[in-house]
Design a protein around this ligand. Structure first.
Ligand code: CAA
Length: 383
């Protein structure tokens, strides 16, 4: 089994590493302090093919696959996790349009996304009253001739306010639960569609997160993504891939935090005659766990590349990697001692940035539900 990257995957990783070093890393502390939208950086990622890494070149994508994608995400997230989540959600939406859209939708949306003409695409599933129980969403899409009328409020939308297109889930059949949900591609500027101001968050300040308000918003029926009633499946299967990306993002953050701690420890060992055994053990545990997470992430990515089911493996990878990355950041903080909590040190930012990876794209409690269901289903199939 070859766990390395092939030439195409390595090319994608190297481009991400270059942009991470040249653009994202120098601006990360500023975005963390001042907030704002990294639209120029996201467009630069798009111009180098990183907003459609797993999108077919026919539609302007890089066509490099999911292993290449996670390798790129890991590099970018080590530099600026907030900018990276905008990139990740854009890739997720681009893939959903490629998979579930018709040619007119692919033509209209994939080209500007993959060329970096738009800084981002957005994904909108959660609502103020429905997060983990996503199928209970209450936004409605009511058919009116050759249009639908959208009414409701969506919450926690990454890149809200500057995305070129929003994938929005809404209820088209109030009598049904998940099968009553459809997906729509909504363009900014559509009358009746407003974006509220960004939320104030613990971390990932380079990623504006907003509420969307739909009030009698008329969208053409042709903007529906896939058939009526399959919006929940579109969202869930998109999130399977999204969770592999979140794993890589968390690994990137952990890698950066552990590298800070290792540099500090190496420096101290040169200058101070102290017993560093405890801190060396902490560092060793970081290294082991980061590698273990990367293996889970690569397995899920390789399954997706092979077109095989990955629900269980994506959830396992997301759960392990994000919990692991939080532990690694805590350990890095302990290795650094009092310096660790100083805002002058990036580990303090990494610790704040990593927390939400355990929450978004399905909380880690939800991942346990998904994994347990898949284990039981597999057992029932064998019986
Ligand atoms: N792929 C395809 N279809 C799927 C699926 C998947 N991964 N998971 C479920 N489905 C299908 C089922 O097969 C079922 O289909 P049928 O009706 O044909 O049988 C249907 O969807 C309903 O499935 P469930 O009965 O399992 O649905 P549920 O209501 O019990 O779901 C849940 C439970 C797994 C907890 C789900 O609600 C869930 O994943 N919640 C978390 C939501 C989430 O991840 N939100 C993230 C928001 S986006 C975000 O965070 C992005 C960001 O900004 C960074």
């Amino acid at each position: 089994m070859d766990l390395g990257l092939d030439a195409r995957q390595e090319e994608t990783r190297a481009i991400a590493a270059e942009l991470a070093a040249d653009l994202l890393a120098p601006a990360a502390a500023r975005f963390d302090r001042d907030g704002g939208a990294p639209t120029d950086h996201l467009k630069a990622l798009g111009a180098r093919g990183l907003l459609g890494i797993n999108v077919d070149p026919r539609w302007g994508g890089r066509g490099a696959g999911v292993v290449a994608y996670v390798a790129a995400v890991r590099e970018l997230a080590a530099a600026c996790a907030g900018t990276t989540v905008g990139m990740m959600v854009t890739n997720m939406v681009a893939e959903a349009i490629q998979r579930f859209g018709d040619d007119a939708q692919r033509d209209r949306y994939l080209r500007p996304i993959t060329a970096g003409e738009w800084p981002a695409a957005a994904f909108s599933l959660s609502e103020p009253g429905s997060g983990s129980d996503a199928a209970s969403l209450r936004t409605t899409a009511t058919r009116d001739g050759d249009h639908y009328v959208l009414d409701g409020t969506k919450a926690w939308v990454t890149s809200g306010g500057f995305a070129g297109v929003y994938l929005v889930t809404a209820r088209t059949d109030p009598e049904q639960r998940s099968r009553g949900i459809s997906a729509f591609l909504v363009e900014p500027g559509t009358p009746g569609f407003e974006v509220a101001r960004p939320e104030e968050k613990l971390g990932q300040h380079a990623s504006p997160t907003c509420q969307l308000v739909f009030d009698g918003c008329r969208v053409p029926a042709a903007s529906r993504l896939g058939p009526e009633g399959v919006g929940f499946k579109i969202a869930m299967s998109s999130l399977d891939g999204g969770r592999v990306g979140v794993s890589a993002q968390a690994i990137g953050i952990a890698t950066a935090a552990a590298a800070c701690a290792a540099r500090h420890l190496a420096d101290q060992m040169q200058h101070i005659e102290a017993d560093n055994a405890d801190r060396q053990r902490e560092l060793a545990d970081c290294a082991i766990e980061i590698d273990a997470g990367w293996l889970l992430c690569l397995r899920a990515a390789a399954l997706k590349d092979a077109g095989k089911p990955l629900i269980r493996e994506a959830a396992m990878s997301k759960l392990f990697c994000t919990d692991m990355a939080h532990r690694v950041c805590e350990r890095a903080l302990r290795i650094l001692g009092p310096d660790g909590i100083s805002g002058a040190h990036p580990v303090e930012r990494h610790l704040r940035d990593v927390r939400v990876t355990r929450i978004y794209e399905g909380t880690n409690e939800v991942q346990r539900i998904v994994i347990a269901r898949e284990v039981l289903r597999a057992m029932a199939r064998q019986a």
